[in-house]
Design a protein around this ligand. Structure first.
Ligand code: SAH
Ligand code: SF4
Length: 380
């Protein structure tokens, strides 16, 4: 449970935790469901708005609890309907949340950490280094904020948010407990009622945590592959040196096999011009994934300043897709969305964040002169 200024933040509590909370203040457990509906279905953060809760209980709750989402720094809507929120978390850093409408589907891309320690060579979040883990309230708070922006009350049909992908900033498996709690809330009918097939965790390959995940939850899994051999993957996704491909694919297969019901692994493959987009890479990918039930999502590289990489030509992207397709794989190419608001994958370092980070950097530099072990200022 998250506590700030002595008050418990109810936003990030799963149903059992909420029941435990009501137990601890000497109230009936059924209150948990009432509160959760107010918080997640109606987007309420004011106890006084909870009309089926007695005044006495509302006062009691006000004294010991709060409902606090991350602070919204900005909200942008792209010409293609994509929305992007920059939110500030307790550590003072900013993270981003992106909503992508596509036909009847509305996918929310949620962040799990401010920055990331894993330093994949083509990722702008990795370039920032690790800053902090988000709390469960900060992870689910992104869904809460987005849901509220659509008018909140969830009609069983025609929901604005139909899918959630843990593909924003950070490596979700390195913030395990908080991400699992938030994903439980996404799926809970007292939370957002999203089906387990439509909640997807994306990982760069933290093998022990993939095994741990299968013991506690059955969300869909996406693997950020990006290279079909260890030599290249070691360069692009450095955690591969610790957990190489053979080990990684085995753990993903174990995970997916526990899901049953014809569910498959999603493979994400960011295409980098002349680096991993050649015919030989497609052929190696085909051989590597031959016996793995999966669908492949190709992500043309989204450029950011000083990345040192380029997006392949449309012809090169199509060639790669065709080769995989001809080998029998289901392959989609992710169209960049919301580029006019810097919301595309790996571009999650917008103008506002740049400004924010600059001021954080100044604060960090000031602190450096006072403390010997102050955090390293975030890199640009
Ligand atoms: N840390 C997790 C989830 C967040 S990144 C992971 O790595 O899986 C979501 C996806 O975007 C990952 O597949 C990631 O490798 C990819 N990505 C990162 N930077 C990118 C960029 N600049 N262009 C295209 N895809 C990128
Ligand atoms: Fe972290 Fe994912 Fe970016 Fe790699 S791609 S640095 S794991 S956020």
């Amino acid at each position: 449970m998250t506590e700030a200024a002595g008050k418990i933040n109810l936003l990030g509590l799963t149903q059992p935790e909420m029941e435990q909370f009501f137990d601890s203040i000497g109230e009936k457990r059924f209150r948990a469901g009432q509160l959760m509906k107010w918080i997640h279905h109606f987007g309420v953060d004011d106890f006084d708005a909870m009309s089926n809760v007695s005044k006495v209980l509302r006062e009691k709750l006000k004294a010991c609890a709060e409902i606090r989402g991350p602070e919204v720094v900005s909200e942008d809507i792209s010409s293609d309907g994509t929305r992007k929120w920059v939110v500030r978390v307790a550590s003072g850093s900013c993270v981003e949340t992106v909503y992508i409408p596509q036909g009847k589907r509305g996918t929310l891309c949620v962040s799990s950490q401010a920055g990331c320690a894993l330093d994949c060579s083509f990722c702008s979040t990795g370039k920032q280094g690790f800053n902090s883990n988000l709390t469960a309230a900060e992870v689910i708070g992104q869904v809460w904020i987005a849901n509220k922006s659509f008018g909140s009350v969830p009609a069983k049909t025609d929901r604005a948010i139909t899918n959630v992908v843990m593909m924003g900033m950070g490596e979700p498996l390195l913030n395990f407990d908080n991400v699992v709690a938030a994903m439980q809330l996404m799926m809970d009918d007292l939370g957002y009622g999203i089906s387990k097939r439509r909640v997807t965790l994306s990982t760069s390959g933290v093998v022990p945590m993939i095994d741990a995940l299968s013991k506690v939850i059955d969300v869909s899994l996406a693997l950020s592959l990006h290279a079909p051999n260890d030599e290249l993957r070691n360069q692009l996704v450095p955690i591969n040196k610790k957990y190489p491909l053979a080990m990684l694919l085995e753990s993903c297969q174990r995970y997916v096999s526990t899901l049953g019901e014809k569910r498959v692994l999603t493979i994400e493959y960011t295409l980098l011009k002349d680096v991993n987009d050649q015919i030989e890479h497609a052929e190696q990918t085909i051989a590597l994934l031959r016996n793995i039930p999966c669908k492949i999502n190709l992500i043309p590289f989204n450029p950011f300043p000083h990345s040192g990489y380029e997006r392949p030509s449309n012809n090169a992207i199509r060639r790669f897709q065709d080769l995989l397709h001809q080998a029998g794989f289901s392959v989609t190419v992710r169209t960049p969305r919301g580029e006019d608001i810097d919301a595309a994958c790996g571009q999650l370092v917008g103008q506002v964040l740049d400004r924010t980070r600059r001021s954080e950097r100044l604060i960090a530099l000031r602190e450096l002169s006072d403390e010997t072990d102050a955090p390293r200022p975030a890199a640009h």
